[in-house]
Design a protein around this ligand. Structure first.
Ligand SMILES: [Zn+2]
Length: 345
């Protein structure tokens, strides 16, 4: 990635750090696209002039829509705004967390993830998996029912399972054990749990001292442990970021607009390539040989020409590192770390 300062992360993690930024920027580019060309506006066609007037005068517009049988309109309105607000907040926490890690502030980096993957992601999963039920709770302001701390383990797992079923790429996601995703985020006694780390981080930051507990003593107490936690951070966060991207693009399709098969196939191949390469399932070049080489084409935003890159080129190396290259025609920089909506060209 361009001009990033990796000073406080050991060099062997730079590729992982770049990949965190890459996923973050993919998700942010989807968020940014939601607010272009009035996509956040929801059109309500009233059945009568009278309804339109009553709606204008109502104090709670959403409840009015629900009560007066504009159910689809109400769901679209609440869902779209909730999706946008939660995702915006989530992106901020993820960005701050990756930044903190880059500066060597590991406990800060981990605690910022709590909000993103403990709260925000669960709401996005719920909105995707059980839209009807969730939006009713939001519209009725039943915060007691949807506050994350009040959601039982069983319900959290059900929410995740329902969300995973709705994702594209079922060849990959149907193989996922939901319990693993749950444990990764919430299970206190699991070695894989972020919750366990978050709890430790909290104890440390509230009183500023290490407690007399053997378990707590190993938290960030020396350089080896610091490395252990950096390692831990990347392993968990990269999986969760990739998963988040898959959830976000389905919600985009539900609330913003449907995407063409070519847009989905194109982005999917580039983004999943990065993910699978990191987790050791593919050989880098071979995947883009033959038919798939067409996916190594990038559009210049400035002159709209297409630049096709070769797997053996420096440009491909730049793409792999999460940066970009220059347009052959107009010389503008082509950023490859973004979701590319082919329907916008
Ligand atoms: Zn150009």
């Amino acid at each position: 990635m361009k001009n990033r300062n990796h000073l406080e992360v050991p060099e062997k993690y730079w590729a992982k750090q770049n990949l965190c930024w890459y996923f973050h920027e993919i998700i942010v580019s989807i968020l940014d696209n939601c607010i272009t060309n009035n996509k956040m506006e929801t059109e309500v066609v009233f059945k009568s002039e009278e309804d339109a007037e009553k709606f204008q005068k109502s104090d709670d517009k959403i409840l009015w829509l629900y009560k007066n049988r504009y159910i689809e309109e109400a769901k679209n309105l609440v869902g779209k705004n909730f999706f946008n607000a939660i995702l915006r907040e989530m992106c901020e926490f993820i960005c701050e967390s990756i930044n903190a890690l880059e500066k060597g502030k590991i406990s800060v980096a981990l605690s910022l993830q709590r909000k993103a993957f403990g709260d925000n992601l669960l709401y996005l999963e719920w909105l995707l998996g059980e839209e009807e039920k969730f939006l009713q709770l939001v519209a009725n302001k039943r915060f007691d029912k949807y506050a994350v701390e009040n959601i039982s383990t069983r319900s959290k797992i059900d929410i995740m399972r329902d969300a995973i079923k709705k994702l594209d790429n079922q060849a990959f996601f149907s193989e996922i054990n939901v319990q693993t995703y749950y444990d990764m985020r919430y299970h206190i006694n699991s070695d894989y749990s972020l919750q366990r780390i978050w709890d430790k981080v909290n104890i440390l930051s509230t009183d500023g001292h290490f407690k007399k507990s053997t378990e707590l003593n190993f938290v960030f107490s020396d350089e080896d442990n610091k490395i252990e936690y950096i390692d831990y951070y990347y392993k968990k966060v990269l999986i969760l970021l990739y998963y988040t991207y898959n959830v976000v693009i389905k919600l985009y399709e539900r609330f913003i607009r449907k995407l063409s098969q070519s847009t989905k196939a194109y982005n999917y191949s580039l983004i999943s390539y990065k993910f699978t390469k990191e987790f050791g399932n593919t050989k880098s070049e071979s995947i883009f040989k033959g038919e798939l080489s067409v996916f190594l084409s990038f559009i210049c935003d400035n002159c709209k020409s297409i630049k096709q890159i070769d797997v053996n080129s420096e440009d491909f190396h730049n793409f792999e590192n999460g940066s970009g290259f220059y347009c052959d025609k107009c010389g503008e920089y082509i950023n490859t770390s973004r979701y590319i909506f082919l329907e916008d060209y």
